[in-house]
Ligand binder design. Sequence first.
Ligand code: PGA
Length: 256
Amino acid sequence: MRKPFIAGNWKMNKTVAEGVVLAAGLKETLAGVTDMELAVCPTATVLSAVSAALIGSNIGVGAQNMYWEASGAFTGEISPSMVKELAEYVIIGHSERRQYFGETDETVNRKLKAALAYGIKPIVCIGESLEQNKAGETVSFVGGQIRGAFADVSAEDAAKVVLAYEPIWAIGTGLTATPEDADRIIQAAIRDVLVELYDTATAEAIRVQYGGSVKPDNMAEFIVMPNIDGALVGGASLKVDSFTGIVKNAMAALNA
Ligand code: PGA
């Protein structure tokens, strides 16, 4: 069975001092959580301090981005080995990076292969725009993102990938997909495509988070859906109370 996984994407928020306070709070409130994988993804400059603050906790740490080259003249970029020193996970291809920083399915694929080569656990984001959603193009578009991301990735490596299905129109807006729609799209655009690219066992092994305005109040209805294995949380991951509420409500729903 797929282990549920909830991760917080802090985006460009929290200084070192603020990040350490948030991490210390989560370490305490989430200490009793078992049977669920947890992670927070701070800004690169905060990774070191947050990793230190979370030693001995059940919360992993992830980077929000990295470059695929090993080293060299790539001013401003962070290499896989640099991430590997400080983090267990890396978010790849978040829609904000695709929108503002020119990431494409091809750069996502290169970053994914680099993460896998270095033993960093990738969280690959996919999701459609409002226009694509309204035009009925969601399944073909997200399916295309999956094909692009997994190009030349072996089945063995693919099974290690976590996907985050995040409809762009639901990110930071307070709007969410309905759990039924999210589940249906994950089946049609993600699992069915993974069966085609690999096989049923691989498609069933890959965990898929839902992302987009996840809050304590709506977590339960998503986590109980058969295709949804957790959440990637933005805004509500910035406070101890709300991230803890999301995790606890997910646990309660799964144990009900
Ligand atoms: P949100 O962001 O929870 O603030 O909508 C989710 C994300 O972008 O990962």
